[in-house]
Design a protein around this ligand. Structure first.
Ligand SMILES: C[S@@+](CC[C@H](N)C(=O)[O-])C[C@H]1O[C@@H](n2cnc3c(N)ncnc32)[C@H](O)[C@@H]1O
Length: 269
C-alpha cells in the first residue's frame, strides 16, 4: 500500500523500519517480526529515512526498555490501563501479550491510525485504537480512571512544545490515582542539532521540547517522582552492541553536551 505522510506522522516509518532491520539482524535485540511484515506491505523507499543497522540498534534498545518497564508495571499492579501514546505502527500491545485485567489504549493522529487500521490486526482482549492528538481533550474523558495507569510514549515528547508536554504529564498524573509515565526525551543539544537527524529532517518534522534536568518534570505535578533517568547512551544492552554501533555512541558520550543527548525516563505518581 502507498503511504502519504509528512511531518511528525512520517517519522513513524523510520522507527518501524528500524525495528524491521533489527528483526532481520543475526541477533535481534527486540525481534519485532510484525515490523518486517508491515515494511514489506508499504510501498516506500525506506532508505530515505536514513536508518541503517547502526541506528536501528538504538531504536530497538529503546523499544525494548520501554517494553520491559511497561511489563514491570503490569506485573506490579495487576489490573491496569495502558495508554500507549503516539503508537505509530508499533505493536507493543502484541509484543507484551497483555492479560485479561488490562485495558490497552493505542493513540495516534488520525492519518497514522488510518494506516495502522489497514496494516495491523488488533490484539485480542480489551483494546482500543483512538485517532486523536494527545493534546485533544475529548478522548481522555472516555478512558475510565478506575485503575492504575501507565502512559508509555516513545518518540513523541520531542514533537510536543514544552507547554504541551507539561499539559500531558499533568493530565495523566492528575486524572489517574496512581501510575507511571515512561518515555524518552531529547536533551536541549539534541533539539539544537535536529537538522543532523536524517529521519527528522527528511520527514520535514520539527522538534520542539528538550529536557536536561529530569527534576523539572517532577515539579509539574505534586507526587510525581522520577524513579529512573537513564542516558540513552547507557541503556541496558548498549554494551552488547556490535562495535560499529557502539563506537559512535562511545565517542558521543565523551563530548560535553552530547552525553545528555537523550534520556529514558520513568516517573511514578
Ligand atoms: C517517531 S514516531 C514514533 C512512533 C512509535 N512510537 C514508534 O516508536 O514507532 C512519532 C509519532 O508521534 C506521533 N505524534 C506526533 N504528535 C502527536 C500528537 N500530538 N498526538 C498523537 N501522536 C502524535 C506521530 O504521528 C508519530 O506516529
Amino acid at each position: 500500500m502507498k503511504v502519504d505522510l509528512s511531518g511528525a506522522p512520517a517519522t513513524m516509518l523510520a522507527t518501524l523500519y528500524a525495528r524491521a532491520l533489527d528483526a532481520r539482524a543475526a541477533r535481534p535485540l527486540l525481534g519485532d517480526t510484525a515490523a518486517v511484515e508491515a515494511v514489506s506491505r508499504i510501498e516506500y523507499d525506506f532508505r530515505r529515512t536514513g536508518i541503517d543497522e547502526r541506528t536501528a540498534a538504538g531504536v530497538a534498545l529503546r523499544a525494548k526498555l520501554l517494553d520491559d518497564w511497561t511489563a514491570e508495571f503490569l506485573a506490579r499492579v495487576g489490573e491496569a490501563t495502558v495508554l500507549h501514546l503516539a503508537c505509530g505502527l508499533d505493536t507493543r500491545a502484541q509484543r507484551l501479550a497483555f492479560g485479561p485485567g488490562v485495558r490497552w489504549v493505542d493513540v495516534d493522529l488520525p492519518e497514522v491510525v488510518a494506516v495502522r487500521e489497514r496494516l495491523l490486526t488488533p490484539p485480542p482482549g480489551d483494546y482500543r485504537l483512538v485517532p486523536a492528538s494527545v493534546t485533544d481533550e475529548a478522548w481522555w474523558a472516555e478512558v475510565p480512571a478506575d485503575r492504575p495507569t501507565v502512559a508509555v510514549f516513545e518518540g513523541l515528547s520531542m514533537y510536543l512544545t514544552e507547554d504541551e508536554a507539561r499539559g500531558l504529564v499533568r493530565r495523566v498524573a492528575g486524572r489517574f490515582d496512581s501510575g507511571e509515565l515512561l518515555f524518552d526525551v531529547y536533551g536541549p543539544m539534541g533539539i539544537r542539532l535536529q537538522k543532523l537527524v536524517p529521519a527528522v529532517r527528511r520527514a520535514g518534522a520539527t522538534l520542539h521540547w528538550g529536557l536536561d534536568d529530569p527534576a523539572v518534570v517532577e515539579s509539574w505535578h505534586p507526587g510525581l517522582r522520577c524513579v529512573d533517568a537513564l542516558r540513552s547512551l547507557a541503556m541496558p544492552g548498549v554494551g552488547q552492541l556490535p562495535l560499529k554501533s557502539r563506537l559512535p555512541l562511545r565517542v558521543m558520550g565523551l563530548l560535553p553536551g552530547f552525553k545528555d543527548v537523550g534520556r529514558m525516563l520513568r516517573y511514578r505518581f
